[in-house]
Design a protein. Structure first.
Lengths: 197, 197
């Protein structure tokens, strides 16, 4: 592929992803069709299907294009509680933007009926975040700043309450809520954990 | 309505809900249609639509019929940690039965594209469980057996990790995992909570 056609391809992809995001913001995710995305982006439906086998997979790419570093990075200032608050509040900011909230809810909802998409979400989003946080969590545990639990349990306990409110209870996702969750996890005393493990 | 027709109605509803559950077990939730449910239950499609406006709402009734007390009751033996383990392991049992797991995943997935169904799930399942647990949680807090956090935060932290693994990470839902989550929540020390609240 020549540099020119690569550039053209990149521009087309960008146009299509933008069209998909705009449509999702204007309508509900569920009502957007591949036809509508193609029409908005002024490309043929075959072009869409050449790159994305389904609407869910296309929107996973929208998520990956939109949900940038600014939302999901666990910083390292040396203060793990503050860093976890920053990280978890990043998810809150993500869920507070109506377009991105609709996007996340739509893709995760579709993934429940599409095992392939569910695996892609896990591999493209969940796994890389876990891998990136691993050494920071381990260091904080070694320094006695986090309880000696399985790191996966710690991270589940930090982020799953946000997803629960987003996907099931629809209770408010406030900064106070995020901070209470972080404080609880940081405040787990190891004897309580050892008692039953 | 005469008692006889009431009985007949109850039997028809039961037959339809059973047909829907069987189909969901045989195929994926996503591929079951209202037509297929009507055919399996030997009723007309109008009968189905008279009682349920959509597949999601019909399956919410299947959940309510199947997910009985045996799964979701927080017992009261006086030992809150043991009672919470029993309660959370009940969700685990629910998610371990392939038919009921597919049902829960299917209904919650559909709810992400159907705000009315999402509200029904919340009102029919989430809210009653919270209301029923309220006094037990408050009593355990008053006795110093649970941290002095918002009860809603405590319950979110207990059950959301299970939903997260079910809906997003697909990491194993083992009894050890459930117990680790309960131990962590029970082991939250109040100073850690007060620090940021």
């Amino acid at each position: 592929m020549t540099p020119t056609s690569t550039g053209r391809t990149a521009r087309s992809r960008e146009t299509i992803l933008r069209a998909a995001l705009d449509l999702c913001a204007e309508q509900s995710y569920g009502s957007v069709t591949m036809e509508a995305i193609a029409a908005r982006a002024r490309v043929g439906k075959p072009t869409l299907y050449r790159w994305w086998p389904s609407k869910g997979v296309l929107y996973l790419d929208v998520v990956l294009a939109e949900v940038s570093e600014r939302f999901l990075v666990l910083p390292d200032t040396g203060d793990i509680a503050a860093d976890l608050r920053t990280w978890i509040r990043g998810f809150l900011d993500l869920f507070a933007e109506p377009r991105l909230r609709a996007l996340c809810v739509g893709v995760v909802g579709t993934a429940q009926h599409d095992p392939e998409l569910k695996a892609m979400v896990r591999k493209a989003i969940h796994d890389p975040i876990r891998a990136r946080n691993q050494s920071r969590i381990a260091a904080a545990q070694a320094a006695g700043q986090l309880p000696a639990m399985e790191p996966d349990v710690i991270e589940d306990m930090l982020i799953s309450p946000l997803w629960y409110r987003l996907l099931i209870s629809e209770a408010p996702l406030t900064p106070e809520y995020a901070d209470a969750v972080v404080a609880a996890v940081v405040g787990v005393s190891d004897p309580g954990v050892r008692e039953t493990s």
